[in-house]
Design a protein around this ligand. Structure first.
Ligand code: PLP
Length: 435
């Protein structure tokens, strides 16, 4: 079935109403892609729009939907919690302790944990903590890495090559001092990190990275790179921060750090941690985390909604579900492998300059002449080809991320039939594009 834009009259009307009262008509910039999207309900692997069209969902709310939409055990936990303690604002709840205990038991780097409401808050706190603990000003992030919307990480984020330099920093209104204190290295290039540490000797507080930079698809880290970062940080007293907002719980219960065997000093979480409910977290070495201790620590931890009961129950139910269904990991990896293999076959048959990539249940299609292994090759990505592919897939009822170089997510709800349907749609879409 090939859809036409006229199939969404109610979505179009709502988008027009939104534009009158919400700047740009959306509450987060990347939700606007020039099309009137308005979703009304969700179930399992599917989203349904206001006009009643169903979409097989690999966007998964940028990866926040980990298990699938409306998972019964998470919904039940939320329903059971409503009517109990809504929010107190004093002391601590059993739920907060249970969540911190759980994180400390499953995440290798976690000796204690703070709960936030979003991933951006977690990464902002991690950077502030690294500065406080070391007494140093600068941080290193990697070209293309995205860690949220706050000032120190608003540099060198790319979602398309056109934006790589055109929209850098990500926003107006940021003090130049905040940006200048952020140094940019290249992923998988230990030499670029060593050079910065040498040039700014004794000034670098922390290094923050997505261990797999899923914000540029899926560049896979080499073992030497992650191990080398660990060694460099240990040798120079620099705080190593793994931003596992996407990779955490998605690739392994213990995060990517469990898979690569490198233990960072601090780890940030968000997105899939509570399967669509707003929860983030920062965990790490006890001596570092003690800076947040209100009795004697020097870093302010504040947030009215931090550790709120609904977020905690959603996170605990999500982590319970993952612990009780270890096949989540084998299944999503198998489906991811099938999608990568199927896409590789189709682009090969059609002779398209494209490369299926990804890790576990995360997959994407780079429209590059060579398979990217680092940031430089990403700049050759044919943005328009991806956008056309994305459009052609939506017309076939498959929703992927609209941004080239990002990624798509297999959730716990996708079935073999969904994967088969996706590959059929991709073959038809790419054949159309190859003409
Ligand atoms: N870190 C990474 C790796 C992300 O991908 C994101 C969001 O996309 C964030 C941090 C920020 O999380 P949030 O949008 O919950 O503030």
């Amino acid at each position: 079935m090939i859809r036409q834009p006229s199939d969404v009259p109610r979505g179009r009307a709502l988008a027009e109403a939104a534009a009158r009262v919400i700047p740009g008509g959306v509450n987060s910039a990347t939700r606007y892609i020039g099309e009137p999207y308005a979703f009304a309900s969700a179930s399992g692997a599917y989203l349904t729009d206001l006009d009643g069209n169903d979409y097989l969902d690999y966007h998964a709310a940028f990866g926040a939907i980990l298990l699938g939409h409306n998972v019964e055990s998470v919904n039940r936990a939320i329903r059971d919690a409503v009517g109990g303690l809504d929010l107190s604002g004093l002391g601590v709840t059993e739920l907060e302790v249970a969540l911190a205990e759980r994180i400390c038991s499953i995440i290798p780097s976690a000796e204690s944990m703070i709960a936030t409401v979003s991933g951006s808050e977690a990464t902002a706190q991690a950077i502030r903590l690294a500065r406080a603990a070391t007494g140093r000003r600068k941080i290193i992030k990697f070209q293309g890495g995205f860690h949220g919307w706050h000032d120190p990480v608003a540099r060198n984020v790319i979602s398309t090559p056109e934006l790589a330099y055109g929209l850098d920093p990500l926003s107006a209104g940021i003090l130049p001092e905040a940006l200048e204190a952020t140094l940019i290295a290249e992923f998988n290039d230990l030499g670029s990190v060593k050079a910065l540490l040498g040039e700014h000797d004794g000034e670098v507080a922390g290094i923050i990275l997505e261990p797999i930079p899923h914000n540029v698809g899926a560049l896979l880290p080499t073992d030497e790179f992650v191990q080398g970062l660990r060694e460099l940080c240990t040798a120079t007293g620099t705080v190593l921060i793994f931003d596992e907002v996407i990779t955490g719980f998605r690739h392994a219960l213990g995060g990517y750090q469990q898979l690569c065997g490198v233990t960072p000093d601090l780890t940030t979480f968000g997105k899939g941690m509570a399967n669509g409910y707003p929860v983030g977290g920062l965990a790490g070495r006890r001596d570092l985390m003690e800076h947040f201790n209100g009795r004697g620590g020097d870093v302010l931890l504040a947030g009215t909604f931090n550790g709120n009961p609904l977020g905690c129950v959603a996170a605990l139910a999500t982590l319970d579900h993952l612990a009780e269904h270890p096949d989540f990991y084998t299944r999503t990896r198998d489906f991811g492998d099938q999608l990568r293999a199927g896409l590789t076959r189709v682009v090969g048959d059609l002779g398209l300059p494209a490369h299926a990539a990804g890790f576990g249940g995360v997959f994407n299609l780079y429209f590059t002449p060579e398979r990217p292994t680092g940031y430089r090759e990403l700049l050759d990505n044919d943005h328009q080809a991806y956008v056309d592919f994305h459009r052609a897939m939506i017309n076939r009822g498959v929703l992927m991320l609209p941004l080239s170089l990002k990624r798509n997510h297999v959730s716990g709800a996708h079935t073999q039939a969904d994967i088969d349907q996706t590959l059929e749609a991709a073959e038809s879409a790419l054949t159309e594009l190859a003409k």
